[in-house]
Each structure stands twice: as structure tokens, then as C-alpha cells.
Ligand binder design. Structure first.
Ligand code: ZN
Length: 197
């Protein structure tokens, strides 16, 4: 239908999360229609970002600087480390503005099904950071999925010899949530994680 260049554009767009072949076709047409306003600036930005953004060698965050802005910010608590699965999770915590420590991005979760083992994740660098000293607490903020919890247990075992305090995010009733709407697993976790008032 379209020329090979346009087909290639559509194929690449279709590989983006949330875009199937149909929406990729629409996006490609939209880009081509808005060449000056969208296509060209986007192409330039993609090139810039591709060249200047790298994973932080300390925490795995994405930034133009290495160490990243969070790792090199002296106002952030260097004794508090939050372990997350992905940069998306780091961004979520940053958006919430509730955490003033530093991060460690694992780059995924352990998954026997997908063949992801400890060597595929940034676990060794986490252990090295804990062994280097200066950490008071490691907060494990992996997702409340089977893989996330398996990964949390594995990390806890690996961190144990370092003697650093290990905590994890609470599971339970969401803020503004109603008990009647919660699934059994969430309700069970909330009951288990109850605390004195
Ligand atoms: Zn960093």
C-alpha cells in the first residue's frame, strides 16, 4: 500500500507499547500530515535523546548525566535506598513526591517462565551498594505480583548478610478505597498487615 519507507515507519511505531498495527498506521499518517509541527521535531528529539540519555551507572535511572541527578543530589538522603523494578516505577514515586532517598532500578523481575535469572537483573550492584556501607534502610518496592514478590524474597536473602535494615511497601486498602470493592487477595493482605492505632 504505502512505500517501503512509510511501511518501515509504521512497523517501528507498531512496536511501541500500546500501539498495534492499526494505531501505528494512524500515527504514521498523522506524523506525515504534521511534518513541520510534529514529525521533524520528533525526529530531532529522538536523535538527541538517543545520544544523550544513558542508564545511571549507580542506580540504573535514565538521565543525561552519570551519576544521575537523583544520585548526585546532596539534599537526598543517601542512607535510604528504594529498590524498584523499572524506571517507570521510579518515575511514579518521584511524581508522588513522597520519597527523598535514593533508588536502585532492578531492570525487571525474576521469572522462570521468561528465563530471567538474577544475572539478568541489577542485583549484584545492589549488594555492592549495601556492602559499601552508609545505608540505614533498603525499601523493597517491587510490584505486588508473584514475580515482584519472588524477587523481593530473593533480594532480602541476598541482602541479609550486609546487616542493613530491609523493609517493603505495605499491601492493602488503597487510599480512598472501599472494602466492598476489594479483591480477596488485597483484603487478606490488608488484614495481615494491620497495625496498632
Ligand atoms: Zn542514579
Amino acid at each position: 500500500m504505502a512505500g517501503p519507507e512509510i511501511e518501515r515507519l509504521i512497523q517501528l511505531l507498531a512496536r511501541l507499547p500500546g500501539l498495534g498495527p492499526r494505531s501505528a498506521r494512524r500515527a504514521a499518517l498523522h506524523l506525515l500530515k504534521k511534518k513541520d509541527a510534529l514529525l521533524n521535531p520528533l525526529a530531532a528529539t529522538l536523535r538527541d535523546v538517543g545520544e544523550s540519555v544513558h542508564a545511571c551507572s549507580v542506580c540504573g535511572n535514565l538521565d543525561t548525566h552519570d551519576p544521575c541527578a537523583i544520585c548526585s543530589d546532596p539534599r537526598r538522603d543517601a542512607g535510604l535506598l528504594c529498590v524498584v523494578e523499572s524506571v517507570a516505577d521510579l518515575w511514579a514515586l518521584e511524581r508522588a513526591g513522597v520519597f527523598r532517598g535514593r533508588y536502585h532500578v532492578l531492570g525487571g523481575t525474576l521469572s522462570a517462565l521468561d528465563g530471567v535469572g538474577p544475572a539478568d537483573l541489577n542485583v549484584d550492584s545492589l549488594i555492592s551498594r549495601a556492602q559499601a556501607g552508609g545505608l540505614r534502610e533498603v525499601i523493597i518496592a517491587t510490584n505486588a505480583t508473584v514475580e515482584g514478590q519472588t524477587t523481593a524474597h530473593y533480594i532480602t536473602d541476598r541482602l541479609a548478610p550486609s546487616g542493613v535494615q530491609i523493609t517493603r511497601l505495605a499491601h492493602g486498602v488503597p487510599v480512598g478505597g472501599e472494602l466492598d470493592y476489594l479483591d480477596d487477595g488485597t483484603l487478606g493482605a490488608a488484614l495481615k498487615a494491620r497495625r496498632p492505632l
